[in-house]
Write a protein that binds this ligand. Structure first.
Ligand code: ATR
Length: 277
């Protein structure tokens, strides 16, 4: 049998750590497979999927800006991707090229590992932002029984996303942040604020309950200003690298039928790469 191939597609794609992660697991499991990155501009998406079907590729991860646009090139999307309105993971299911989404599952799986027991007594989450990552965070946290307030600079975007996602999720402007933070058990930053090259985040954590968990999707740098501030105030914290690893693990399981381990060695491999970036 020839080498099985999978890709991460996006535009741009140079910064993706998915190849490093998946090729680590491929080697660990002794598989005849290869995971590559492909820079696919929007106008080349159709040609990529023609090639995908012709060559019989195994699967793909999808990142910005294609998470919505890939839909028309697939045979179907599963229930989670349909409810979330975004695809990040493509696999063959019963002979049909199927779009799924492992971001929400990865986000909460990361919490389960990083802050065990976080769920007990947790009822409400506040999410800063209303883009693609907020979509995954809101969906994943609601699945675990929390109500969610999306607070965004552009209030209309948060309101529209809340309306799309449905019960248990509300949308607000940033003026609602202090009150929402005061009753939240989990705070998630899904904006790019605090990322290298972006402005620092401007949240006042004094509003939070003492036992609230603080989660930052940003992982470049690994220790963001938000996480440093939260830790200094005694909050339990969760970083974004774990979300990348756990969403990836679920994709790997869908393609190869085995759940790979999110080991300290793999984490160190990616951490070293991020520090050297
Ligand atoms: P992603 O898919 O990674 O979540 P996105 O869809 O571009 O990225 O969303 C980025 C989020 O960060 C948005 O919620 C954006 O707010 P707007 O909807 O108002 O644009 C938020 N964001 C980006 N820069 C920001 C800033 N300087 N201040 C506050 N919010 C910001």
């Amino acid at each position: 049998m020839s080498t099985q191939r999978a890709f991460v597609i996006g535009h741009p794609i140079g910064q993706s750590r998915s190849p490093m992660m998946h090729n680590h697991w491929i080697a660990e499991h002794g598989l005849d497979a290869a995971y590559g990155r492909r820079d696919v501009p929007p106008e080349a998406l159709g040609a990529f999927f023609e090639e995908f079907r012709r060559e019989g590729y195994l699967g793909a991860n999808v990142t910005i800006p294609h998470k919505l646009a890939v839909r028309e090139h697939l045979d179907t999307v599963d229930d989670v991707a349909a409810a979330m309105g975004a695809v990040n993971c493509i696999a063959w299911v019963d002979g049909r090229l199927t779009g799924g989404n492992t971001d929400a599952m990865g986000l909460v799986a990361n919490m389960d590992v990083a802050v065990p027991g976080w769920e007990s007594g947790a009822r409400h989450a506040v999410i800063y932002g209303a883009g693609g990552a907020a979509r995954a965070a809101a969906y994943g946290l609601r699945e675990r029984g929390l109500t969610v307030a999306l607070c965004n600079r552009t209030a209309e975007k948060a309101e529209a996303l809340a309306a799309h996602l449905g019960p248990g999720i509300t949308g607000h402007g940033l003026d609602a942040l202090p009150a929402e933070m005061a009753r939240a058990d989990v705070l998630v930053n899904t904006t790019s604020l605090g990322m290298i090259g972006q402005p620092p985040i401007d949240l006042d954590l004094a509003h939070l309950k003492a036992d609230a968990v603080v989660y930052d999707i940003v992982y470049v740098p690994l220790e963001t200003g938000l996480l440093a501030d939260a830790r200094a105030r005694g909050h339990r914290t969760v970083d974004g690298l774990g979300m990348l690893l756990h969403q990836g693990a679920e994709g790997f399981r869908r393609w190869f039928g085995v759940m790979p381990s999110v080991s300290p060695a793999l984490r160190t491999l990616l951490e070293d790469d991020i520090r050297g970036a």
